[in-house]
Design a protein around this ligand. Structure first.
Ligand SMILES: [Fe+2]
Length: 308
């Protein structure tokens, strides 16, 4: 299987949206039978099951679900017929058969960019026709590979206007989820890409984005990773967050790797060690259960809360 990144990736990686062509969509690992077997093999308690309200202005929290007893085949049926987004994070670490695909993607990125690629996490996304993912950002760098179906991705500038510095720091500090408030005037600066099978994109670290599936089942690979500059920036953001919250500072955004960013990244290690109690988000409580027989393939979980 081949992956060909645009030639500009050597000079433009991390600065702009870059695309690739690939042949991973021809792999038998993503046919219906393989996906059902993958869903059976993947640890169910780690499976991300989500739904989202329709796209609109403001901030919308994702809604979490559970599917403790469904077979992979039934789960896939529910995704095809309902409005469900499955995120199989770290499939490369949790299901051995998929590790070679991730190796190919991350080694290919390493060769194309000339940068060391580490903290490699390949998530398999299996999602319903017409579902959208709200405006949000991710702290690792992301490369999104489209395998089946079509989706439109909008990517926005990684600046304070589109994701306020304070919010960005709160996400790094794990004080809030990755969701951000969307405003329709952002649209003028968005880069819009229609992803079809055999296409992939990567965008600048922490650039906000949102996703809209076409009217068919979608399978994509969300490949998250770090480079040395990306990890330095993430740690500098951590320090900035602590300086703002604990010392009333007003730090800017660590866009380039400067001596100040390197110093702040080093300080982050000390600050993390000095934390008295681990900072962490409480997991989003589950509010629905997947049921292929129910209308929309979900039922509210209120009376079955003990399953979460
Ligand atoms: Fe994302």
């Amino acid at each position: 299987m081949a992956i060909d990144w645009q030639n500009e990736i050597k000079t433009s990686f991390g600065k702009t949206l870059i695309s690739a062509s690939h042949t991973l969509d021809r792999s038998p690992s993503f046919c219906d039978a393989s996906l059902a077997a993958l869903l059976d093999a993947y640890p169910r308690d780690q499976l991300g099951i989500w739904t989202f309200a329709a796209h609109g202005e403001g901030e919308e929290a994702p809604i979490r679900g559970v599917a403790p007893d469904l077979s992979g085949e039934d789960l896939l049926k529910a995704v095809r017929e309902g409005r469900i987004w499955l995120n199989l994070r770290a499939t490369n670490q949790l299901v051995e058969d998929y590790a070679p695909i991730a190796d190919q993607i991350f080694n290919g990125l390493q060769a194309a960019t000339g940068r060391k690629i580490f903290k490699r996490d390949m998530g398999v996304l299996i999602s319903s026709p017409g579902i959208n993912v709200h405006y949000h950002l991710d702290i690792p760098v992301v490369a999104l590979f489209q395998i089946r179906g079509e989706k439109t991705v909008w990517v926005y500038p990684a600046t304070d206007r589109y994701a306020p510095n304070e919010k960005l720091e709160a996400i790094v500090l794990r004080q809030q989820e990755e969701g951000l408030a969307f405003r329709s005037e952002f649209e003028t600066e968005a880069k819009k890409v229609l992803l079809k099978p055999g296409m992939a994109i990567t965008w600048p670290q922490t650039a906000p984005h949102r996703v809209q599936n076409g009217d068919m089942l979608n399978v994509s690979l969300s490949c998250e990773f770090m480079t040395v500059p990306a990890l330095l920036r993430a740690n500098a953001l951590y320090t900035n967050g602590r300086l703002r919250r604990d010392f009333g500072a007003h730090p800017g955004r660590p866009d380039t790797v400067s001596p100040s960013v390197i110093g702040k990244a080093a300080l982050a290690r000390l600050l993390k060690q000095s934390e008295r109690k681990p900072v962490g988000r409480t997991p989003t409580p589950a509010s629905f259960i997947v049921d292929p027989e129910a209308p929309g393939c979900t039922r509210p979980l209120a009376v079955e809360a003990n399953l979460s």
